[in-house]
Write a protein of this length. Structure first.
Length: 482
């Protein structure tokens, strides 16, 4: 987690810059607004808050206006001016005044009832307190990108407007259902689905980890129906045929792609790991476990937050050895270092996970995403007569296939024999398909098709956007201390 830097100022703080700050995963800093002196955007990982500072008769006054996810920059400027005027008249800024401002600007539909936030004997957490506690839990157990994904909904306008000030024990599935229904009817169907997938885990956390403080004893959100998307809007899940997977492998071995990108994609195909897990692999992650050559993935690089060990069998041993030799010559820490640093003097990081997805989609004869390849592996393993339902989970790292509380909290076995068996089976199927497809594989045609697809993709890039799909951060001008 980053350390808060000096206050920063931009030539002109815009809503686009505010949205980018909200998505920040590891930075802490303040941004002052030139158009409204005293208005400050305080940024912390996964959230941002508007505050206003002003001096009244030589005394520094400060007020929190609200989260940037809820309050737009335009409303923040208007509220900041109103707050400064109120303070200049000798009045204080309290929650009731802030609440009134939000209602006046139609950011919140109705004012919070005092009874909704009154605390007494046996009182339980409010929505805000529950979200804060759950956020702390997420930061300890989830990857930064997952945390940001959750928080954009928990701190979002839809849930905040409906739940603000309520006790979590009084929030029912009907309340959540109303929010989901409104979001769905507004056309944001995917967001409606995500709201439920975020709220339900929070209630599970409250009931299991904090029942006394929160007052929640069960998860009433569990079992709520997931809103369906209208015809044509649901992404069709794909199951790549083994020949399509083999075509990808052949392209990786034909010298068509950059060596680091090609090796990363091939390792992804053979091990069925997530794209971010693959590109973050370090030279030091390759080691020996129980006498077997393994890829030891640290917990902080896993979505589930737990160490994950993948036995290296067959082709994956060759990939790992080749990349270790290549990175030793380059002096890189990552198995798949980025092609070139962003700027002269920058530290060499790893290949972007977005690059893997883009190259997979651009390859002629392939429409598979990294997730589709994981689906192909799972289907192949489950198709074996001796397969058990939970076996693919051991390789996919869905909490190592642990389904019970005992498994989740006490089982530390790595199941290397089971994993090796599945990965060897999958690798043999791939190798067989590769040999069968080799004679018909046209490297020149694939190279030409890939070049055309990449040229078309680059032509669509908008100004100020990097090739990996991330918006370029504008340079901030550091202001002097205020």
């Amino acid at each position: 987690m980053g350390v808060r830097s000096d206050r920063k100022a931009t030539p002109d703080l815009t809503q686009a810059l505010v949205d980018r700050a909200i998505r920040s995963t590891d930075e802490r800093y303040d941004v002052s607004d030139k158009r409204m002196p005293g208005l400050i955007l305080r940024v912390t990982p996964g959230s941002a808050t508007w505050t206003v500072r002003t001096k009244v008769r030589g005394v520094q006054k400060r007020a929190v206006l609200g989260p940037a996810r809820l309050v737009s920059i335009r409303d923040a400027r208007e509220m900041a001016q109103a707050a400064k005027d109120r303070l200049a008249l000798g009045h204080e800024i309290d929650d009731a005044w802030i609440d009134g401002q939000l209602v006046e600007r139609k950011i919140r539909e109705t004012a919070m009832k005092p009874t909704a936030i009154r605390r007494g004997a046996g009182a339980t957490w409010t929505w805000e307190e529950a979200v804060e506690a759950f956020e702390g839990h997420l930061r300890k157990t989830r990857q930064p990108k997952t945390v940001v994904d959750y928080l954009q909904f928990l701190h979002g306008k839809d849930l905040t407007a409906a739940m603000a000030g309520r006790l979590v024990t009084e929030i029912t599935p009907e309340h959540v259902g109303d929010v989901i229904r409104e979001v769905h009817q507004s056309g944001r169907e995917r967001s409606a689905q995500r709201i439920l997938s975020v709220v339900s885990p929070m209630w599970t956390y409250l009931a299991v980890e904090e029942p006394k403080k929160s007052g929640v004893r069960a998860n009433p959100m569990k079992g709520m129906p997931i809103p369906r998307r209208t015809n044509g809007s649901e992404r069709q899940t794909r199951l790549p045929a083994i020949d399509e997977c083999a075509n990808i492998v052949l392209a990786c071995r034909a010298g068509i792609l950059h060596p680091a990108v090609a090796a990363a994609i091939e390792l992804l195909v053979y091990t069925a790991q997530r794209r971010l897990t693959v590109v973050q692999a370090r030279v030091g992650d390759i080691g020996i476990v129980e006498g077997e050559r393994c890829w030891i993935i640290p917990g902080d690089a896993m979505k589930g937050g737990r160490e994950h060990v993948i036995p290296l069998v067959g082709r994956t041993v060759e990939i790992a050895d080749a990349r270790i030799d290549a990175t030793r010559e380059e002096g890189a820490a990552y198995l798949f270092p980025q092609v070139r640093p962003r700027r002269i003097g920058d530290t060499v990081s790893h290949v972007s996970e977005f690059t893997l997805t883009a190259r997979l989609v651009d390859l002629p004869g392939s429409r598979a995403t990294p997730h589709d390849l994981r689906r192909a592996f799972t289907t192949a393993i489950n198709g074996r007569s001796k397969a058990e339902t939970r076996q693919p989970e051991l390789v996919l790292d869905h909490l190592e296939g642990r389904q019970t509380v005992t498994d989740l909290h006490y089982d530390r076995a790595q199941y290397l024999a089971e994993k090796s068996d599945m990965l060897a089976f999958w690798g043999a199927k791939l190798d067989e398909a590769v040999e069968r497809m080799r004679s018909s594989f046209d490297a020149d045609a694939v190279r030409k098709g890939l070049s055309e697809a990449m040229a078309k993709r680059n032509a669509k890039q908008t100004p100020g956007r990097k090739r990996d799909g991330k918006k370029a951060r504008p340079k901030r001008v550091t202001a002097g201390p205020s």
